[in-house]
Design a protein around this ligand. Structure first.
Ligand code: SAM
Ligand code: SF4
Ligand code: SF4
Length: 363
């Protein structure tokens, strides 16, 4: 959306935050929302910047050279991130994923991983990356205490991948990074492929073939209507059921029971024992009823849904001296009144609504 040559993105930072609701008394430590879902996972966006311009996430027309990212003072510091992570952990959050934007662009990310590991030795700590800077950082991340890593890779066809990341980044460098991460001990690696009709869907089987038998798990993700800039249309979505059918025709598959309640990916394994794939069907088979995930934006706002329009300003509380008890009560109150189920009630109209961008809220 361009105005007078300036890029204006409707991220929540430019609008008011939601008032923080008061917490009700709760029998257990872990807050449960209005639809009976416990708070279990936290995604933390550590930067809204990225060196890629994936057409489905940060299209160049909206995230151009003059796009204004958050100023450094607005970002949660590492100390503030660790403090929020502790608060969530005290409320029962067992899994933390660092994301963005591109999290490896945040200077000193391995130091943040080390700080989180030291503060929360038991937490399951993971990170999602586009892989561009992973080769150089994989060993340091593992040494700092990262448990696992997810690497996004939308095609093995170099021309298609370069066009999708829209900065001409080659496939080979991401594959090298995956090998390096595995050698560093971050295996098994999850490989995320967003599938868009007519763009990379003809490469689905090739992706499955490449990673079969490697121990890594490819997860095929339906193209989603996150944010308001990616020009989403239902016609561009390849339903996961079709992806499974296409792969099954070459390499027979059978379903795998979910590992835990709230697992986002539906799991399938190769009948011949060559490993597993996952499909994430946010559009065609919504999984809101099991959604236990909160998102902390780069500037410290809490979002209770990937498709939210506004968040709650926790950084404001942090920076005005709230103690941990007050922060816990704030998160508890926010979670208790949560009613989000966007994917279950998606319509053409909601898809067009102004929502926060994924790069800001954390994918
Ligand atoms: N930059 C990192 C990366 O790409 O892995 C982390 C952030 S990115 C927003 C997290 C995940 O969201 C990536 O796997 C990306 O492919 C996925 N994603 C982004 N936009 C999407 C969309 N419109 N539909 C489905 N998945 C999307
Ligand atoms: Fe960057 Fe990840 Fe979004 Fe691609 S999907 S533009 S790599 S944040
Ligand atoms: Fe969770 Fe919102 Fe996605 Fe539903 S639409 S699964 S509530 S993030």
């Amino acid at each position: 959306m361009a105005a007078m040559g300036k890029t204006v993105i409707p991220i929540a930072a430019s609008r008011g935050a939601l008032p923080i609701p008061e917490a009700r008394r709760d029998a257990g430590a872990t807050p449960v929302d209005a639809l009976g879902r416990a708070l279990r996972d936290l995604r933390i966006s550590v930067t809204d910047r990225c060196n890629f311009r994936c057409t489905y996430c940060m299209p160049k027309e909206s995230f151009g050279m003059d796009h204004e990212f958050l100023p450094h003072a607005e970002l949660l510091s590492f100390e503030e991130i660790v403090r929020m992570a502790r608060v969530f952990h005290a409320l029962g959050t067992a899994k933390i994923r660092l994301t963005g934007g591109e999290p490896l662009l945040r200077r000193g990310i391995e130091r943040l991983v080390g700080m989180l590991r030291e503060a929360l030795p038991q937490v399951d700590l993971t990170l999602t990356t586009n892989g561009s800077a992973l080769k150089a950082k994989a060993r340091a991340l593992e040494a700092a205490g990262l448990d696992r890593i997810t690497v996004s890779l939308d095609s093995l066809d170099d021309a298609t991948f370069r066009a999708m990341n829209d900065v001409d980044f080659p496939v080979a460098r991401v594959l090298e990074a995956i090998d390096e991460a595995a050698a560093a001990g971050l295996a098994p690696i999850k490989v995320n492929m967003v599938v868009k009709r007519g763009v990379n869907d003809r490469h689905v089987v090739e992706m499955a073939r490449h990673f079969r038998g490697s121990g890594h798990i490819v997860r095929f993700i339906e193209f989603m209507d996150v944010g308001s800039t990616n020009g989403w249309r239902m016609d561009d979505v390849i339903p996961s059921a079709e992806i499974v059918r296409r792969i099954d025709a070459h390499f027979p598959l059978e379903p795998v029971e979910p590992g835990y309640r709230g697992e986002v990916a539906e799991r399938w394994r190769y009948v011949d024992g060559a490993g597993e794939i996952g499909v994430i069907s946010s559009v065609t088979q919504a999984f809101c009823s099991d959604c236990t995930r909160a998102r902390l934006s780069t500037d410290g706002r809490l979002y209770t849904c990937l498709f939210a329009q506004q968040g709650y300003d926790l950084k404001g509380l942090l920076r005005t001296g709230a103690d941990d008890g007050a922060l816990e009560q704030a998160v508890r109150g926010i979670w208790q009144q949560r009613t989000d189920r966007y994917s279950e009630i998606r319509t053409a109209e909601t898809a067009r609504a102004r929502k926060v961008e994924m790069s800001y809220i954390g994918g």
